[in-house]
Design a protein around this ligand. Structure first.
Ligand code: MG
Length: 263
């Protein structure tokens, strides 16, 4: 999924340009997704289970007249992916998985409304974390902002990839490059794929109406990852901390618009 393997791209090589009407629908889906993430983030505290966070997210999204995008996608069982500490992405909410003080918690979710998706994630700290962990989060989030600054018509996907790579590797972290950002629209995962490493000036050219889910990821000690026996949860290869941030962005003729920005 978000950070999905390349084979899961669904628009078969065609980048779908959205009409203003479609963008209006996507803005609404993105807003609901952003509100749901904020709502869940505020609930993070020692003792809450990842299942409870998933329930809060599902209830909120449904209350807004939308559906959780991830529920049932490729068979994923939760309303959101909730990944703690070494878990990078695709953590499955569980009743007995409790968050503890000092954990970092990635919540990745989507909202589907009126036929369109919005997708975002953020990694939250539960209470106080060491300075190096704080750095991991800030560098990954800044990599996302750096990539968004490259979301200008005429630039190429490689400009985004290179911005992410430069920031994360420059911060001393490792990029788990098996997982990618993606186009988004009627499908959660459309073309183009957006690698988190790459060469500036390469790849598909950005044009107004493209909608992109950009999702930098950073590992502390290796680019390698492992998938746990639940066949979903992706963890940092050495079992050390990892982080993930994501926004859905639209390319315009001017500045990019973050569709999943909290209003
Ligand atoms: Mg995504």
């Amino acid at each position: 999924m978000y950070g999905f393997p390349r084979r899961m791209a669904s628009s078969r090589g065609r980048i779908i340009i959205k009409t203003p009407r479609e963008i209006g629908f996507m803005m609404k889906a993105g807003e609901i997704a952003a509100e749901a993430l904020n709502h869940a983030g505020q609930r993070i505290a020692p003792g809450i289970s990842t299942w409870e966070l998933s329930r809060v997210i599902g209830d909120f999204i449904k209350m807004k007249g939308a559906k959780p995008s991830f529920k049932g996608l490729y068979g994923f069982p939760g309303n959101a992916c909730i990944s703690i500490n070494a878990e990078l992405i695709h953590g499955i909410p569980a009743r007995k998985r409790f968050i503890r003080a000092g954990d970092i918690v990635s919540i990745d979710l989507g909202a589907y409304k009126d036929g369109y998706h919005g997708d975002l994630s953020a990694t939250f700290a539960c209470g106080t974390i060491p300075a190096q962990t704080e750095k991991l989060l800030r560098v990954t989030e800044t990599a996302l902002q750096d990539a968004i600054k490259q979301c200008v018509s005429g630039n190429r996907i490689g400009d985004l990839s290179n911005a992410i790579q430069t920031r994360i590797e420059g911060g001393g972290f490792y990029i788990p490059d098996d997982y990618l950002g993606h186009g988004i629209g009627r499908e959660l995962h459309e073309d183009p794929s957006i690698p988190n490493i790459g060469t500036a000036g390469r790849g598909p050219r950005l044009t107004p109406g493209m909608t992109l889910a950009i999702e930098p990821m950073a590992n502390t000690t290796t680019k390698k990852t492992k998938i746990l026996r639940d066949e979903w949860t992706v963890v940092e290869g050495n079992g050390n901390l990892s982080a993930h941030f994501e926004h859905t962005v639209i390319i315009t003729s001017g500045e990019p618009v973050i569709m999943t920005q909290l209003k």
